[in-house]
Design a protein around this ligand. Structure first.
Ligand SMILES: Cc1ncc(COP(=O)(O)O)c(C=O)c1O
Length: 365
């Protein structure tokens, strides 16, 4: 009898990541012409114009492999953020860096501390490496509970992920709390500070986490992405800052050409596009304030957002309301998969999209 090939056992409890429903699928399924998607925290202003021009100019170079070390790109990031180039890692999206960190540091039986209701790819890659996930609850204010995370660390802990601001809640942990947390975490544990939404944070109390890297701390990885404020989600480019020992470890296992020619060109140019960043941040703030005002008017509670999305409390039928929104051409994210079944996560869109979402939601409610 022939034996079937079996996937490795770490994958047995992994459910595939469910992305925001694509616009074309909803058009087809419900026979709609005009569908908007506020489900994947993309930039509603589009792509950074400078990045777009750089990618266009780089097109003729597509016959060549990209620079495996991303030399120019990493030195541009180092200069922009005032760190050493040896402290800069880049990846095919921040997702790729999560995968690389997991592959580089985890083995059977290691523990990874994550918060409940946080970014799911930490869990996926930890499980794939057959590490044990240790989950801590959110605080009653829907913030990551750093005390609970520090309490959960053991001799076997290798990685701890702090998503700040947190996806899907949009909430932050402040500098003082992060400092106290870092002081409690032993040096054998790598602390990943995932700051995918850092540019949208609206608080003076947010940590300047690059300072930990500049100070030469060996167990901090600050992770960021070009997917959000630079509008480059489709080209896949993320980056991180850490001690050079960590960066050189990642270099050993990353696929050699993981950041493609267009992505490297786009990243370098996007860093110079301060005008687009400022426009995006301002538009996001206006949209966020509008949504929060409208939620107040509708009597709906929401978490204080420091991101380009808002988590709003709808009540027990949240997925039913989400389905009705889809049927009316408005795609938002249900949060059952994040352990928050009474909530919807709504990405901030253009003014017209935000108004359409509020009008449609008001009709349904
Ligand atoms: C908190 C967080 N981290 C990481 C990522 C992944 O970013 P990227 O598009 O660079 O892979 C996302 C994407 O939504 C995110 O929300």
């Amino acid at each position: 009898m022939s034996r079937r090939i079996e996937q490795q056992s770490g994958l047995d409890c992994i459910k595939p990541y469910v992305p925001g429903k694509p616009i074309e699928d909803v058009k087809r399924e419900y026979g709609l012409d005009d569908v908007i998607k506020l489900a994947s925290n993309e930039n509603p202003l589009g792509v950074s114009p400078k990045a777009l021009a750089a990618m266009t100019a780089a097109l003729p170079r597509l016959s060549q492999y990209p620079d495996a070390a991303s030399y120019e790109f990493r030195s541009a990031l180092a200069q922009h953020y005032d760190v050493d180039m040896a402290q800069v890692a880049v990846g095919n999206g921040a997702d790729d860096l999560i995968l690389e960190l997991s592959m580089a540091y985890l083995e059977d039986g290691d523990e990874v501390v994550v918060s409940k209701s946080s970014f799911p790819m930490y869990d996926v890659h930890a499980m794939a490496m057959r590490a044990t996930l240790v989950k801590t609850p959110l605080t009653s204010a829907l913030c990551i509970d750093l005390n609970a995370m520090a309490d959960a660390i053991t001799e076997r802990t290798k990685l701890v992920y702090v998503c700040n601001p947190n996806n899907p809640t949009g909430t932050i942990v402040e500098a003082e709390a992060v400092d106290a947390f870092i002081a409690r975490v032993p040096e054998h544990v790598l602390i990943v500070l995932d700051e995918a939404y850092v540019e949208m944070v609206d608080s003076d109390a947010f940590p300047d986490s690059l300072d930990y890297v500049r100070q030469g701390r060996e167990n901090i990885f600050v992770m960021r992405t070009f997917s959000k404020v630079y509008g480059l989600a489709g080209i896949r480019v993320g980056y991180g800052f850490a001690h050079e020992r960590i960066v050189s470890t990642l270099m050993k296992i990353k696929p050699p050409f993981n950041v493609n020619v267009l992505a490297q060109a786009a990243g370098i140019a996007a860093l110079t596009d301060s005008e687009f960043v400022a426009q995006s941040v301002t538009a996001n703030k206006i949209g966020r304030n509008y949504l929060c005002r409208e939620f107040d008017r509708l009597g709906l509670c929401y978490a204080p957002s420091h991101t380009n999305f808002v988590l709003v409390h709808i009540g027990p039928p949240a997925s039913g309301i989400q389905q009705q929104l889809v049927e009316k051409g408005v795609i938002v994210r249900p949060c059952g998969g994040y352990d928050l079944p009474e909530y919807l996560r709504v990405s901030i869109g253009t003014a017209a999209q935000n108004e359409r979402f509020i009008q449609t939601l008001s009709e349904i409610l």
